[in-house]
Design a protein around this ligand. Structure first.
Ligand SMILES: [Zn+2]
Length: 410
Protein backbone atom coordinates (compact mmCIF):
# COMPACT_ATOMS: atom_id res chain seq x y z
CA UNK A 1 0.00 0.00 0.00
CA UNK A 2 3.00 2.29 0.11
CA UNK A 3 3.50 4.70 -2.76
CA UNK A 4 6.75 4.70 -4.68
CA UNK A 5 9.25 5.94 -2.11
CA UNK A 6 11.02 7.99 -4.77
CA UNK A 7 7.89 10.07 -5.31
CA UNK A 8 7.80 11.27 -1.73
CA UNK A 9 9.15 14.71 -1.11
CA UNK A 10 10.87 13.60 2.07
CA UNK A 11 13.49 11.97 -0.14
CA UNK A 12 14.43 15.37 -1.52
CA UNK A 13 17.59 16.48 0.26
CA UNK A 14 17.14 20.14 -0.72
CA UNK A 15 13.74 20.33 0.91
CA UNK A 16 15.12 18.70 4.00
CA UNK A 17 17.79 21.30 4.31
CA UNK A 18 15.71 24.37 3.59
CA UNK A 19 12.40 23.71 5.37
CA UNK A 20 13.06 21.35 8.20
CA UNK A 21 15.38 21.18 11.15
CA UNK A 22 18.11 18.58 10.99
CA UNK A 23 17.01 14.95 11.40
CA UNK A 24 13.29 15.98 11.27
CA UNK A 25 12.48 13.13 8.88
CA UNK A 26 14.11 10.63 11.16
CA UNK A 27 11.96 11.55 14.16
CA UNK A 28 8.75 12.26 12.23
CA UNK A 29 8.08 9.37 9.91
CA UNK A 30 4.73 10.70 8.81
CA UNK A 31 4.31 7.82 6.39
CA UNK A 32 2.70 6.04 9.32
CA UNK A 33 -0.41 8.05 8.30
CA UNK A 34 -0.70 5.75 5.29
CA UNK A 35 -1.67 2.90 7.58
CA UNK A 36 -4.27 4.76 9.62
CA UNK A 37 -7.92 5.60 9.06
CA UNK A 38 -9.09 9.21 8.94
CA UNK A 39 -10.52 9.03 12.41
CA UNK A 40 -7.26 7.80 13.97
CA UNK A 41 -5.34 10.48 12.05
CA UNK A 42 -7.78 13.08 13.37
CA UNK A 43 -7.28 11.79 16.92
CA UNK A 44 -3.52 11.96 16.58
CA UNK A 45 -3.65 15.67 15.76
CA UNK A 46 -6.27 16.46 18.40
CA UNK A 47 -5.43 19.80 19.99
CA UNK A 48 -2.86 20.62 17.32
CA UNK A 49 -4.93 21.25 14.21
CA UNK A 50 -7.92 23.39 15.08
CA UNK A 51 -10.67 21.55 13.27
CA UNK A 52 -13.60 20.37 15.34
CA UNK A 53 -14.26 16.61 15.40
CA UNK A 54 -11.75 13.78 14.95
CA UNK A 55 -13.32 12.53 11.72
CA UNK A 56 -13.46 15.96 10.07
CA UNK A 57 -9.93 16.82 11.19
CA UNK A 58 -8.68 13.46 9.97
CA UNK A 59 -10.36 13.94 6.60
CA UNK A 60 -8.64 17.31 6.11
CA UNK A 61 -5.20 15.98 7.11
CA UNK A 62 -5.56 12.87 4.95
CA UNK A 63 -6.60 14.99 1.98
CA UNK A 64 -3.58 17.26 2.40
CA UNK A 65 -1.18 14.40 3.00
CA UNK A 66 -2.32 12.43 -0.04
CA UNK A 67 -2.08 15.47 -2.33
CA UNK A 68 1.37 16.47 -1.10
CA UNK A 69 2.85 12.99 -1.15
CA UNK A 70 0.90 11.61 -4.10
CA UNK A 71 -0.17 8.68 -1.96
CA UNK A 72 -3.11 6.72 -3.36
CA UNK A 73 -5.26 5.77 -0.44
CA UNK A 74 -7.63 2.87 -0.84
CA UNK A 75 -10.97 3.45 0.84
CA UNK A 76 -11.33 -0.21 1.73
CA UNK A 77 -7.97 -0.58 3.51
CA UNK A 78 -8.40 -1.50 7.15
CA UNK A 79 -6.87 0.79 9.73
CA UNK A 80 -3.79 -0.83 11.21
CA UNK A 81 -4.41 0.81 14.57
CA UNK A 82 -8.12 0.64 15.39
CA UNK A 83 -9.27 -1.99 12.86
CA UNK A 84 -12.59 -0.16 12.63
CA UNK A 85 -13.29 -0.43 16.34
CA UNK A 86 -15.17 2.86 16.42
CA UNK A 87 -17.80 1.41 14.08
CA UNK A 88 -18.78 -0.91 16.93
CA UNK A 89 -20.40 1.95 18.84
CA UNK A 90 -23.65 1.46 16.87
CA UNK A 91 -23.85 -2.21 17.79
CA UNK A 92 -23.08 -1.47 21.46
CA UNK A 93 -25.62 1.34 21.48
CA UNK A 94 -28.35 -1.08 20.31
CA UNK A 95 -27.37 -3.66 22.90
CA UNK A 96 -27.25 -1.16 25.79
CA UNK A 97 -30.60 0.39 24.83
CA UNK A 98 -32.09 -3.10 24.90
CA UNK A 99 -30.44 -4.04 28.24
CA UNK A 100 -31.61 -0.86 29.96
CA UNK A 101 -35.12 -0.69 28.58
CA UNK A 102 -36.69 -1.57 31.94
CA UNK A 103 -34.30 0.50 34.07
CA UNK A 104 -35.22 3.94 35.36
CA UNK A 105 -32.38 6.42 35.25
CA UNK A 106 -31.66 9.95 34.11
CA UNK A 107 -27.86 10.11 33.99
CA UNK A 108 -25.19 7.70 32.79
CA UNK A 109 -21.51 7.46 31.93
CA UNK A 110 -19.69 5.18 29.50
CA UNK A 111 -16.31 3.63 30.22
CA UNK A 112 -14.40 0.97 28.32
CA UNK A 113 -11.69 -1.62 28.70
CA UNK A 114 -9.47 -2.33 25.70
CA UNK A 115 -6.67 -4.73 24.84
CA UNK A 116 -3.38 -3.66 26.35
CA UNK A 117 -1.70 -4.23 22.97
CA UNK A 118 -4.01 -1.70 21.30
CA UNK A 119 -3.20 0.96 23.90
CA UNK A 120 0.51 0.28 23.49
CA UNK A 121 0.31 0.43 19.70
CA UNK A 122 -1.49 3.75 19.94
CA UNK A 123 1.17 5.12 22.29
CA UNK A 124 3.79 4.04 19.78
CA UNK A 125 1.97 5.76 16.88
CA UNK A 126 1.53 9.02 18.80
CA UNK A 127 5.15 8.93 19.91
CA UNK A 128 6.31 8.37 16.35
CA UNK A 129 4.27 11.36 15.19
CA UNK A 130 5.43 13.42 18.22
CA UNK A 131 1.86 14.16 19.25
CA UNK A 132 -0.11 13.55 22.44
CA UNK A 133 -3.36 13.00 20.55
CA UNK A 134 -6.62 11.82 22.03
CA UNK A 135 -6.78 8.20 23.14
CA UNK A 136 -9.03 5.80 21.29
CA UNK A 137 -10.61 4.97 24.62
CA UNK A 138 -11.69 8.53 25.22
CA UNK A 139 -12.96 8.80 21.64
CA UNK A 140 -14.90 5.54 21.93
CA UNK A 141 -16.45 6.50 25.28
CA UNK A 142 -17.48 9.91 24.04
CA UNK A 143 -18.93 8.67 20.75
CA UNK A 144 -20.91 5.89 22.41
CA UNK A 145 -22.03 8.34 25.09
CA UNK A 146 -23.25 10.81 22.47
CA UNK A 147 -25.06 8.10 20.55
CA UNK A 148 -26.74 6.73 23.69
CA UNK A 149 -27.72 10.17 24.88
CA UNK A 150 -29.53 10.82 21.59
CA UNK A 151 -31.14 7.39 21.50
CA UNK A 152 -32.30 7.25 25.13
CA UNK A 153 -32.85 10.91 25.88
CA UNK A 154 -30.64 10.64 29.00
CA UNK A 155 -27.78 12.83 30.08
CA UNK A 156 -24.09 11.96 30.37
CA UNK A 157 -22.82 12.79 33.86
CA UNK A 158 -19.28 12.47 35.16
CA UNK A 159 -20.40 13.10 38.72
CA UNK A 160 -22.05 10.06 40.30
CA UNK A 161 -24.20 8.92 37.36
CA UNK A 162 -27.27 6.71 37.89
CA UNK A 163 -25.80 4.07 35.57
CA UNK A 164 -22.13 3.39 34.92
CA UNK A 165 -21.77 1.42 31.69
CA UNK A 166 -18.46 -0.33 31.10
CA UNK A 167 -17.86 -1.91 27.71
CA UNK A 168 -15.19 -4.58 27.85
CA UNK A 169 -14.02 -4.75 24.25
CA UNK A 170 -11.66 -7.62 25.02
CA UNK A 171 -14.51 -10.01 25.67
CA UNK A 172 -17.34 -8.13 23.95
CA UNK A 173 -19.13 -7.72 27.28
CA UNK A 174 -21.06 -4.87 28.84
CA UNK A 175 -21.22 -4.36 32.61
CA UNK A 176 -23.72 -2.10 34.34
CA UNK A 177 -23.37 -0.57 37.77
CA UNK A 178 -26.56 1.06 38.98
CA UNK A 179 -26.00 3.72 41.61
CA UNK A 180 -27.71 2.62 44.82
CA UNK A 181 -30.80 4.42 46.04
CA UNK A 182 -30.34 5.89 49.54
CA UNK A 183 -33.33 6.69 51.71
CA UNK A 184 -33.06 8.55 54.96
CA UNK A 185 -35.58 8.09 57.76
CA UNK A 186 -36.06 7.49 61.47
CA UNK A 187 -37.18 4.19 62.91
CA UNK A 188 -38.81 3.08 66.11
CA UNK A 189 -38.44 -0.48 67.31
CA UNK A 190 -41.63 -1.28 69.16
CA UNK A 191 -40.82 -4.80 70.33
CA UNK A 192 -37.88 -6.37 72.14
CA UNK A 193 -35.88 -9.23 70.67
CA UNK A 194 -35.23 -7.67 67.28
CA UNK A 195 -31.59 -7.23 66.21
CA UNK A 196 -30.74 -4.12 64.22
CA UNK A 197 -28.96 -5.89 61.38
CA UNK A 198 -28.98 -9.32 59.80
CA UNK A 199 -25.40 -10.09 60.67
CA UNK A 200 -25.19 -9.79 64.43
CA UNK A 201 -27.37 -12.72 65.36
CA UNK A 202 -27.05 -15.29 62.63
CA UNK A 203 -28.94 -17.79 64.70
CA UNK A 204 -31.80 -15.36 65.28
CA UNK A 205 -34.93 -16.73 63.64
CA UNK A 206 -36.97 -13.53 63.59
CA UNK A 207 -36.44 -10.57 61.33
CA UNK A 208 -34.07 -7.70 61.98
CA UNK A 209 -34.83 -3.99 61.72
CA UNK A 210 -32.72 -4.10 58.57
CA UNK A 211 -34.97 -6.70 56.97
CA UNK A 212 -38.23 -5.16 58.18
CA UNK A 213 -37.27 -1.90 56.46
CA UNK A 214 -35.05 -3.24 53.68
CA UNK A 215 -37.24 -5.94 52.19
CA UNK A 216 -40.20 -3.68 51.31
CA UNK A 217 -37.74 -0.99 50.16
CA UNK A 218 -35.84 -3.41 47.93
CA UNK A 219 -39.12 -4.51 46.37
CA UNK A 220 -40.30 -0.94 45.82
CA UNK A 221 -37.11 -0.06 43.96
CA UNK A 222 -36.60 -3.45 42.26
CA UNK A 223 -33.17 -3.78 43.83
CA UNK A 224 -31.03 -6.85 44.47
CA UNK A 225 -29.96 -6.27 48.08
CA UNK A 226 -30.12 -3.72 50.91
CA UNK A 227 -28.05 -2.41 53.82
CA UNK A 228 -29.17 -0.52 56.89
CA UNK A 229 -26.85 2.22 58.15
CA UNK A 230 -27.96 3.32 61.61
CA UNK A 231 -26.94 6.30 63.71
CA UNK A 232 -25.69 3.96 66.42
CA UNK A 233 -27.56 0.85 67.49
CA UNK A 234 -29.61 -0.48 70.35
CA UNK A 235 -29.26 -3.95 71.82
CA UNK A 236 -31.57 -6.75 70.71
CA UNK A 237 -33.57 -6.55 73.95
CA UNK A 238 -33.84 -2.75 73.95
CA UNK A 239 -36.78 -0.95 72.35
CA UNK A 240 -36.23 2.22 70.33
CA UNK A 241 -39.08 4.61 71.10
CA UNK A 242 -39.64 8.39 71.18
CA UNK A 243 -38.53 10.29 68.11
CA UNK A 244 -36.76 7.24 66.70
CA UNK A 245 -33.25 6.56 65.45
CA UNK A 246 -31.90 8.01 62.22
CA UNK A 247 -30.98 5.56 59.49
CA UNK A 248 -30.21 5.31 55.80
CA UNK A 249 -31.38 2.28 53.89
CA UNK A 250 -29.24 1.58 50.83
CA UNK A 251 -30.81 -0.35 47.96
CA UNK A 252 -28.36 -2.07 45.68
CA UNK A 253 -28.78 -2.18 41.87
CA UNK A 254 -32.21 -0.52 41.76
CA UNK A 255 -34.07 -0.88 38.48
CA UNK A 256 -36.49 1.77 39.67
CA UNK A 257 -35.63 5.14 41.24
CA UNK A 258 -38.93 6.86 41.67
CA UNK A 259 -40.97 4.79 44.09
CA UNK A 260 -43.47 6.67 46.23
CA UNK A 261 -41.92 7.04 49.69
CA UNK A 262 -45.23 7.68 51.48
CA UNK A 263 -46.51 4.36 50.17
CA UNK A 264 -43.29 2.63 51.21
CA UNK A 265 -43.60 4.12 54.69
CA UNK A 266 -47.13 2.72 55.01
CA UNK A 267 -46.00 -0.69 53.80
CA UNK A 268 -43.17 -0.89 56.33
CA UNK A 269 -45.42 0.34 59.12
CA UNK A 270 -47.90 -2.50 58.57
CA UNK A 271 -45.50 -4.47 60.78
CA UNK A 272 -46.13 -3.90 64.48
CA UNK A 273 -42.42 -4.40 65.15
CA UNK A 274 -40.92 -1.31 63.54
CA UNK A 275 -42.27 2.04 62.46
CA UNK A 276 -40.50 4.47 60.15
CA UNK A 277 -41.04 8.18 59.57
CA UNK A 278 -39.75 11.11 57.53
CA UNK A 279 -38.53 8.99 54.62
CA UNK A 280 -36.70 11.04 52.02
CA UNK A 281 -34.12 10.48 49.30
CA UNK A 282 -30.54 11.26 50.26
CA UNK A 283 -27.02 10.48 49.06
CA UNK A 284 -24.22 8.36 50.52
CA UNK A 285 -22.73 11.37 52.33
CA UNK A 286 -25.70 11.25 54.70
CA UNK A 287 -24.51 7.83 55.93
CA UNK A 288 -21.27 9.27 57.28
CA UNK A 289 -23.15 12.20 58.73
CA UNK A 290 -25.60 10.14 60.77
CA UNK A 291 -22.98 7.56 61.73
CA UNK A 292 -20.62 10.13 63.18
CA UNK A 293 -23.33 12.16 64.93
CA UNK A 294 -22.74 12.39 68.67
CA UNK A 295 -26.28 12.69 69.96
CA UNK A 296 -27.40 12.57 73.57
CA UNK A 297 -29.74 9.67 74.23
CA UNK A 298 -32.40 9.34 76.88
CA UNK A 299 -33.13 5.91 78.33
CA UNK A 300 -35.87 4.60 80.54
CA UNK A 301 -35.05 1.55 82.60
CA UNK A 302 -36.97 -0.71 84.92
CA UNK A 303 -34.50 -1.92 87.54
CA UNK A 304 -34.67 -4.21 90.52
CA UNK A 305 -32.86 -4.79 93.78
CA UNK A 306 -32.68 -7.80 96.16
CA UNK A 307 -34.42 -5.78 98.87
CA UNK A 308 -37.19 -3.19 98.71
CA UNK A 309 -35.88 -0.03 97.05
CA UNK A 310 -34.80 2.74 99.40
CA UNK A 311 -36.32 5.62 97.45
CA UNK A 312 -34.33 8.44 99.07
CA UNK A 313 -31.06 6.57 98.63
CA UNK A 314 -31.75 5.77 94.97
CA UNK A 315 -32.76 9.41 94.36
CA UNK A 316 -29.47 10.60 95.92
CA UNK A 317 -27.42 8.04 93.96
CA UNK A 318 -28.92 9.24 90.66
CA UNK A 319 -28.20 12.84 91.64
CA UNK A 320 -24.56 11.93 92.46
CA UNK A 321 -24.10 10.16 89.14
CA UNK A 322 -25.33 13.13 87.11
CA UNK A 323 -22.56 15.29 85.69
CA UNK A 324 -19.82 12.82 86.71
CA UNK A 325 -17.31 11.41 84.27
CA UNK A 326 -17.95 7.68 83.99
CA UNK A 327 -15.08 5.34 83.12
CA UNK A 328 -16.25 2.27 81.26
CA UNK A 329 -14.08 -0.65 80.31
CA UNK A 330 -15.47 -2.60 77.36
CA UNK A 331 -18.31 -4.66 78.90
CA UNK A 332 -17.77 -8.37 79.40
CA UNK A 333 -20.83 -9.18 77.23
CA UNK A 334 -19.22 -7.59 74.14
CA UNK A 335 -15.55 -8.13 75.05
CA UNK A 336 -15.23 -11.02 72.59
CA UNK A 337 -15.94 -8.81 69.56
CA UNK A 338 -14.58 -5.44 70.65
CA UNK A 339 -11.15 -4.46 71.89
CA UNK A 340 -10.75 -3.77 75.58
CA UNK A 341 -10.70 0.01 75.95
CA UNK A 342 -11.75 2.52 78.56
CA UNK A 343 -14.44 4.99 77.50
CA UNK A 344 -15.19 8.22 79.26
CA UNK A 345 -18.80 9.35 79.15
CA UNK A 346 -20.99 11.75 81.08
CA UNK A 347 -24.52 11.37 82.40
CA UNK A 348 -26.31 14.65 81.65
CA UNK A 349 -29.64 14.15 83.41
CA UNK A 350 -31.30 11.49 85.49
CA UNK A 351 -34.59 11.13 87.29
CA UNK A 352 -36.38 8.65 89.45
CA UNK A 353 -39.80 8.05 87.90
CA UNK A 354 -41.41 5.54 90.28
CA UNK A 355 -40.68 3.01 92.97
CA UNK A 356 -42.68 -0.14 93.54
CA UNK A 357 -41.33 -2.57 96.12
CA UNK A 358 -38.08 -4.06 94.86
CA UNK A 359 -38.47 -2.34 91.48
CA UNK A 360 -38.00 1.20 90.25
CA UNK A 361 -38.22 3.07 86.95
CA UNK A 362 -35.46 5.56 86.20
CA UNK A 363 -34.60 7.80 83.26
CA UNK A 364 -31.13 8.88 82.27
CA UNK A 365 -29.75 11.06 79.51
CA UNK A 366 -26.18 10.22 78.54
CA UNK A 367 -23.65 10.87 75.82
CA UNK A 368 -23.74 8.65 72.77
CA UNK A 369 -21.78 5.45 73.27
CA UNK A 370 -22.51 5.08 76.98
CA UNK A 371 -23.07 1.48 78.06
CA UNK A 372 -26.27 2.04 80.05
CA UNK A 373 -26.74 -1.50 81.40
CA UNK A 374 -23.21 -1.40 82.82
CA UNK A 375 -23.71 2.12 84.12
CA UNK A 376 -26.49 0.70 86.27
CA UNK A 377 -24.98 -2.69 87.20
CA UNK A 378 -21.30 -1.68 87.41
CA UNK A 379 -20.25 -4.71 85.32
CA UNK A 380 -18.16 -6.22 88.16
CA UNK A 381 -16.28 -2.97 88.71
CA UNK A 382 -15.50 -2.39 85.02
CA UNK A 383 -17.73 0.72 85.00
CA UNK A 384 -16.90 3.32 87.61
CA UNK A 385 -18.75 4.93 89.20
CA UNK A 386 -21.98 3.03 88.67
CA UNK A 387 -25.48 3.40 90.05
CA UNK A 388 -25.13 0.12 91.97
CA UNK A 389 -21.89 1.31 93.56
CA UNK A 390 -23.38 4.63 94.64
CA UNK A 391 -26.56 2.96 95.85
CA UNK A 392 -24.46 0.47 97.80
CA UNK A 393 -26.29 -2.63 96.63
CA UNK A 394 -26.50 -4.47 93.26
CA UNK A 395 -29.14 -3.14 90.88
CA UNK A 396 -30.26 -5.20 87.89
CA UNK A 397 -31.71 -3.95 84.62
CA UNK A 398 -35.02 -5.67 83.90
CA UNK A 399 -35.98 -3.62 80.87
CA UNK A 400 -34.37 -0.84 78.90
CA UNK A 401 -35.76 1.49 76.23
CA UNK A 402 -34.30 4.37 74.32
CA UNK A 403 -37.01 7.01 74.68
CA UNK A 404 -35.40 9.91 72.91
CA UNK A 405 -32.42 10.94 70.80
CA UNK A 406 -31.48 14.58 70.94
CA UNK A 407 -30.41 15.52 67.46
CA UNK A 408 -28.53 18.60 66.40
CA UNK A 409 -31.31 19.81 64.13
CA UNK A 410 -34.05 19.48 66.73
ZN1 LIG B 1 -8.33 3.81 12.88
Amino acid sequence: MNADPESLSRKDPTLKKSLLPDNAWDTTPVSILENLCQRCIGRAYYGIIQIEGNATRGRAITFAYDIITGFERQAWEECQLCHGLLDDVYRYCDKIAQDLKDTEFSTFLVGSIMERSLIELEEHVFETLSVTGESIKKDFNRELGKLLSERLGKEVSFDDPDVMITVDLRYDQINYRLRPVYIYGTYMKLERGIPQTRWIHRDHSGKSVEELIGEPAMEAFSGTNFYLHGSGREDVDVRMLGNGREFVIEIESPRSRNAELKALESRINVSSMVEVHDLKFCDHVTIEKIKSAKNLKTYRSRISSRDPINEAKLYDSLRLLTGKIIYQRTPLRVASRRSDLIRQRTVKHSSLMSVNGREAVIEMTAESGTYIKELISGDSGRTEPSLSELYGSPLTVLELDVIGIQRGDE
